[in-house]
Design a protein around this ligand. Structure first.
Ligand SMILES: Nc1nc2c(c(=O)[nH]1)N(C=O)[C@@H](CNc1ccc(C(=O)N[C@@H](CCC(=O)O)C(=O)O)cc1)CN2
Ligand SMILES: Nc1ncnc2c1ncn2[C@@H]1O[C@H](COP(=O)(O)OP(=O)(O)OP(=O)(O)O)[C@@H](O)[C@H]1O
Length: 193
């Protein structure tokens, strides 16, 4: 019997597994991770300075191990007087938002699903992005649900490791929300969309 042809979802799953294995191997070296997190912060702060007014709102996130580190970035944004919101993942894999520094378990700190409409710039995690701005995430579809609630014209910037901006096209589905730019420790790339 023939093996069924792989679906786009199968292709995404296989690609995530490959890229995550690579992250695990390369970023076991914490000094490399720290160095790259600082460089990433410097690049993102340039975009923020260009696009977000004083005291404006940026949605960021608290990085997991082996993701590009957002610790130095989030600290620098707060220090510079920006309002930083981070996601809270709800049971249905939609995203609520809370201020950076609040307790994730404190339900009274939550701002609601619509709070992404307060953002002047949206930063997202990701696993890979292609040259058209198609983003591969964690596989939950969380950002695909949240991004349509941002205000019109607000840029979406995905933070990746350098080798995760792909020249080969990613499988794209109808629900996939495209991103405007990728920032890695190597610099900023604005994408054709
Ligand atoms: N640091 C960081 N924070 C982040 C993200 C991220 O990528 N990085 N997210 C980026 O989106 C959101 C969390 N994404 C999530 C995606 C999937 C599952 C999850 O539980 N997945 C199940 C499978 C669910 C299903 O298939 O329906 C699992 O892994 O068992 C949890 C969180 C918000 N916060
Ligand atoms: N707007 C939406 N409403 C309901 N389900 C959605 C929506 N967007 C995506 N999904 C579902 O979420 C699942 C995962 O989508 P996908 O593989 O594109 O996630 P991802 O972009 O990698 O994840 P994430 O955004 O969490 O980082 C798919 O089964 C998809 O059908």
């Amino acid at each position: 019997m023939d093996t069924p042809a792989p679906t786009p979802a199968d292709a995404k799953r296989a690609l995530r597994a490959r890229l995550w294995a690579h992250r695990k191997q390369r970023y076991a070296d914490t000094s490399r991770a720290e160095r790259e997190a600082q460089a990433l912060a410097d690049h993102v702060l340039r975009i923020v300075a260009d696009r977000v007014g004083p005291g404006g709102t940026v949605t960021s996130y608290e990085s997991w191990p082996t993701e590009p580190g957002t610790g130095p970035l989030n600290a620098a944004l707060a220090e510079a007087g920006y309002r930083v919101l981070v996601p809270v993942t709800l049971p249905g894999l939609d995203l609520d938002w809370r201020p950076l520094g609040s307790d994730e378990r404190d339900e009274s700190a939550r701002l609601g699903l619509e709070a992404i409409d307060q953002a002047d710039l949206v930063l997202t995690p990701g696993t890979a992005v292609d040259r058209r701005g198609v983003r591969l995430g964690q596989g939950g579809g969380c950002y695909d649900r949240a991004l349509p609630r941002r205000r019109e014209g607000i840029c979406v910037v995905t933070l990746l490791h350098p080798q995760e901006l792909l020249d080969d096209a990613l499988p794209a589905a109808q629900h996939d929300q495209r991103v405007d730019a990728v920032v890695t420790a190597d610099g900023i790339t604005w994408l054709d969309r």
